[in-house]
Design a binder for this molecule. Structure first.
Ligand SMILES: O=C[C@H](O)[C@H](O)[C@H](O)COP(=O)(O)O
Length: 275
């Protein structure tokens, strides 16, 4: 359990920008919020909730929202539901990034629309599996990468919310799965091609298996091949381009140049990093 001084508006520190890995993009800037109030032991879920609720503060009436998927995004969706029912927030609509989020949002009375009728999104809020110093991401360990990418790609602002265990120096560096969604047809053929593509990174490729021991099937009726790297990718953009060249690959979990802000909660407080 991390220990954290509770977040409030009492003080605000500007920190040095994180190092930028690509000269072509603006450098992320970082703002930390911390407080001297009571110090309490916070669980990882508490930290996720803090980050999520901080992001929800950016929602304004009239917005079209992208509603993320996963345990951290779920705290944001809960908070939106609470604010709507208390009347503190109104006139918003949401586009869910998975069936799970759709069910959660419906149960909270959040009005839902689709990209078909609302092709422009004001603000998307979602979690991530890895966040690098340039605010590039790995997403999709919860299996929602395709809908997430469709929604977040058209969001004017995309705020990522996470606890500090998600920070990595380079994408693929956590040693955990980097997902690739593939069509079911001849999935083994693509598993081998993906593994061979990343041979130099000591890549292992595995078909994702669901709770019943059967292949995991996404909301879009596809399979997921999880890639495990022994060392971080040197160039995420090149990796994404190469993965995308394989016929039968539907989407990959590299979300590059998409996040406009990342809100990270950790033992030292809540840090907001902006592009
Ligand atoms: O497919 C799942 C999403 O990309 C999630 O946002 C991501 O896996 C992070 O999930 P969590 O907040 O549960 O760690």
């Amino acid at each position: 359990m991390a220990s954290l001084s509770f977040v409030s508006s009492s003080h605000l520190t500007l920190r040095a920008p994180s190092p930028n890995l690509r000269s072509s993009s603006p450098r992320p800037t970082s703002v930390s919020f911390s407080v001297k109030a009571q110090s309490v032991a916070l669980s990882q879920d508490d930290l996720k909730k803090l980050a999520a609720e901080k992001a929800v503060e950016s929602i304004k009436p009239g917005m079209v929202l992208g509603l993320g998927t996963g345990s951290t995004a779920a705290f944001a969706v809960d908070q939106i539901g609470k604010l709507l029912s208390s009347g503190e927030l109104h006139d918003i609509v949401g586009i869910p990034t998975s069936k799970r989020t759709e069910d959660q949002a419906r149960s909270l009375g959040i009005p839902l629309v689709a990209l078909d009728t609302h092709p422009r999104i004001d603000l998307a809020i979602d979690g991530a599996d890895e966040v690098d110093p340039n605010l590039d991401l790995v997403k999709g360990r919860g299996g929602a990468l395709l809908r997430e990418k469709m929604v977040e790609a058209v969001a004017e602002r995309f705020i990522v919310v996470a606890d500090d265990t998600k920070l990595v120096k380079g994408l693929g560096g956590s040693g955990l799965a980097m997902p690739v969604e593939v069509v079911q047809f001849c999935w083994k053929f693509n598993l081998v091609r993906l593994r061979d593509l990343f041979k130099e990174f000591g890549c292992e490729a595995k078909l994702r298996v669901g709770e019943g021991g059967e292949a995991y099937v996404t909301d879009n009726s596809n399979f997921i091949i999880d890639l495990y790297f022994k060392e971080p990718l040197k160039d995420g953009f090149a990796a994404g381009r190469e993965i995308g060249k394989f016929e039968g690959v539907v989407e990959h979990g590299l979300f590059l140049g998409m996040a406009t802000s990342v809100i990270i909660a950790g033992k030292n407080g809540v840090e907001v990093m902006n592009k």
